[in-house]
Design a protein around this ligand. Structure first.
Ligand SMILES: [Mn+2]
Length: 356
């Protein structure tokens, strides 16, 4: 993990001489620690320190390679302060969007002599560019989601509840090695498919329903994210029409992804197609988002995003059309940004599938 620590030190703004990291995905990324409690302190010089309590000291010793492990007691702030003094850190950067007011107040009163400096999430930016090891885990997480889709096609039938379908997807992914779903599985059928985030309900699947399944898994800490919409039975002409527009937008969206463009430019490729067919207002969310240790991370691809896509960013491409009281369609892949194009991690078919 010291290669990542080095990247953090390089990215540290001039005004700080050290950084404290508590946000779970940031902490995991920079230290390798998979547990739920611990504090990372990185200075410009010296060995990085991982503070944790009795429950996690053995685990931290194994996982946080290159770190000094400090077992803290009841007075965590006192122990943090001792580490800061040892590393000669006087100006401490912290994750301003993660630390609570309560935490900050406590630090201010208990860490006299330390200047606390709120920072933008520099680790989030670093995490956006995946290394080969991360890309491999993300590809495996994606492959598990793909296999679950193949499985579910043989499982869907009228009379099943959406919740049962969600459970089947999740169970299948866990059978294949996933630790769990990467977010609350969305199974939205019939008119419910017009809700972009219709988490699986007790509604029963009915003949001629659109079924939108948006789901993914966590594999060794890394998330996958995909969406497919299928028809139970035979598609109506209207269902074919709407599906066809979303598919055209999605294919063009994937085709348009490449390093160097902004999130806004990526978004507009798909959005222009949907808008030209008169459904711009019914595509009310962004094209996609980064994926990694967290299900939603940098970069953002949306109508206002100035994020610039870089090689080895992950980004989802997930246009949709949602028509209240009728239904909706979304199709989503997760792709790896490359020079001049992208590599799609998802292999599942996107032509309209009718479940007979
Ligand atoms: Mn997504």
């Amino acid at each position: 993990m010291l290669a990542r620590v080095k990247r953090v030190i390089e990215a540290m703004p001039q005004e700080v001489d050290g950084l404290i990291v508590l946000q779970p995905e940031n902490r995991r990324w920079v230290s390798g620690f998979t547990g739920s409690s611990g504090v990372v302190v990185v200075g410009r010089q010296g060995q990085p320190v991982f503070l944790t309590d009795f429950r996690y000291t053995q685990q931290a010793g194994k996982q946080c390679q290159g770190y000094e492990i400090v077992r803290h007691g009841q007075q965590l702030t006192v122990d943090i302060k001792a580490v800061l003094e040892r590393l000669a850190i006087k100006k401490l950067g912290f994750e301003k969007d993660y630390i609570t007011v309560g935490q900050h107040t406590k630090w201010t009163s208990e860490m006299e002599g330390i200047e606390l400096i709120p920072l933008e999430d520099i680790l989030l930016d670093l995490r956006a560019v995946k290394d080969p090891e991360e890309l491999e885990l993300l590809a495996q997480a994606a492959a598990i989601a793909d296999k679950a889709f193949t499985h579910i096609l043989g499982f869907l039938r009228p009379g099943l509840s959406e919740r049962r379908v969600a459970l089947e997807l999740e169970r299948h992914m866990q059978d294949l090695g996933a630790s769990g779903p990467s977010f609350d599985t969305i199974v939205a059928s019939g008119v419910r498919s017009s809700m972009p985030h219709g988490v699986a309900s007790d509604k029963l699947l009915e003949e001629n329903d659109f079924i939108t399944m948006d789901y993914g898994c966590v594999y060794k800490g890394y998330c996958s994210d995909m969406t497919r919409t299928v028809v139970l039975g035979k598609a109506s002409p209207r269902q074919r029409e709407i599906y066809g527009i979303v598919l055209e937008a999605q294919l063009a969206g994937v085709e348009g992804i490449r390093a160097g463009i902004t999130g806004k430019e990526a978004d507009s490729v798909a959005r222009d197609i949907i808008a030209a067919k008169g459904y711009g207002e019914q595509f009310g969310h962004g094209l996609g988002h980064g994926v990694g240790l967290a299900i939603h991370e940098s970069p953002r691809a949306g109508a206002t995003s100035e994020d610039i896509l870089a090689v080895n960013n992950l980004v989802t491409v997930e246009p949709g059309i949602y028509l209240p009281d009728w239904g909706g369609v979304r199709i989503e892949d997760t792709v790896v940004v490359q020079e001049g194009g992208c590599r799609n991690l998802m292999a599942s078919a996107k032509e309209l599938i009718e479940i007979k």
